[in-house]
Design a protein. Structure first.
Length: 165
């Protein structure tokens, strides 16, 4: 009986470990990002296709992982990925797993703009707008569209529901 229980525990533990992203996977993605083809400041369709399987890796990146790298390529590849329905749906479902705060803000905005925002995403954006630091980042990201975005978030029905709970 004990060997069976140990075998089950070992199987469960190895399944949990398989779901985690390793530092090697993160580094491989960061290196891949440097080599992906682009036109001007945007990645090509070929680049986005190559980056597709790395979406869970992108979401697992932390500030420490990206430290020393320009954030723009990570946001640019995110934009390309968000333009694809399958990756957009994945992002909406796994939004809570995005670990880097700037990437999370970016994905929140992109998902909201694509009408793919869940109540969780709307609440996140609402809270971001209430934070001076995050509101400043959103303003920098959105430029002249910031005020319109701010009004859309404030008037969004799910944002109002979040206030009453």
């Amino acid at each position: 009986m004990i060997p069976i229980v140990l075998a089950i525990l070992l199987a469960l533990t190895s399944c949990q470990t398989d779901d985690k992203v390793s530092d090697a996977q993160k580094n491989a993605f960061i290196e891949l990002l440097k080599t992906l083809p682009h036109k001007g400041e945007f990645y090509t369709e070929e680049a986005i296709e190559k980056a597709k399987p790395y979406l869970p890796v992108l979401f697992s990146l932390t500030e420490k992982d990206i430290d020393g790298h320009d954030i723009y390529p990570f946001l640019a590849v995110s934009r390309g990925l968000c333009d694809r329905k399958e990756q957009r749906d994945y992002a909406a479902f796994h939004f809570a797993e995005i670990r880097h705060p700037i990437l999370k803000l970016g994905w929140g905005v992109m998902l909201f703009d694509a009408n793919a925002a869940s109540p969780e995403i709307v609440r996140f954006l609402r809270e971001a707008l209430e934070s001076e630091k995050q509101a400043k980042l959103l303003s920098e990201m959105l430029g002249p569209g910031f005020e319109k975005f701010q009004q859309q978030i404030k008037s969004y029905p799910d944002a109002k529901k979040a206030d009453s709970t």
